[in-house]
Write a new protein. Structure first.
Length: 202
């Protein structure tokens, strides 16, 4: 890829009116990776790749992030992270903030971890035995850490005051075209929603 083509492709991504910010960032990163030379391959490996006997997952010429990572979140919560300058959390709020920050730094091709850990086991040491969900929500609401999006209704928990009803000017919505039917690939079964899924791919 020459410089002119690289600039043209980058400009098309930056000026796109259909891509979101995160999509643009990822596509620009992918464009940079594609500009790097492909790793040297043996003749047998190249033949297998061309015949699709093996697959490089279409993750660019120089993959730099693993596809699946299983971090030891429990160890991180116990010891903190010197790299991220995070001290070990001391309460539930600290633990939730700690994990949220940590998730954003787990290397992944999706830019977010595919494994979040056993949250029940991870957070249980930080939850007082006598604390209920309602008490925790009430505490967060009192601290101003929650944005209340519940509809006007009687108080749901202490400290919750329903908002006054809003006046909405209902205008008839313009008719929208019927969506095209979703095509299902041959051999693929899509489970109804909601419904139990007993194994991946059901």
């Amino acid at each position: 890829m020459d410089l002119t083509q690289l600039q043209h492709d980058a400009d098309a991504i930056v000026t796109s009116r259909t891509l979101g910010y995160d999509q643009k960032v990822r596509r620009l990163a992918g464009l940079a990776v594609e500009a790097l030379p492909y790793p040297a391959l043996s003749a047998a490996t190249r033949e297998a790749l061309d015949k699709r006997v093996i697959c490089d997952m279409f993750e660019g010429h120089r993959p730099y992030a693993p596809r699946y990572v299983l971090p030891d979140y429990a160890k991180a919560l116990r010891q903190g992270s010197r790299h991220l300058e995070l001290d070990p959390p001391v309460d539930l709020d600290d633990a939730l903030s700690f994990l949220t920050i940590l998730y954003g730094h787990v290397p992944s091709v999706t830019t977010y971890p595919v494994y979040l850990g056993d949250l029940d086991a991870l957070l249980e040491p930080f939850v007082p035995a006598e604390m209920t969900v309602e008490q925790y929500l009430a505490k967060k609401a009192a601290d101003g850490d929650l944005i209340d999006v519940t509809p006007s209704a009687p108080a749901l928990y202490p400290g919750h005051a329903p908002l006054p009803p809003r006046t909405i000017d209902h205008q008839p919505a313009p008719s929208a075209p019927e969506p095209a039917p979703r095509l299902t690939p041959t051999g693929t079964t899509i489970a109804p929603f909601p419904g139990p899924r007993t194994r991946r791919g059901d």
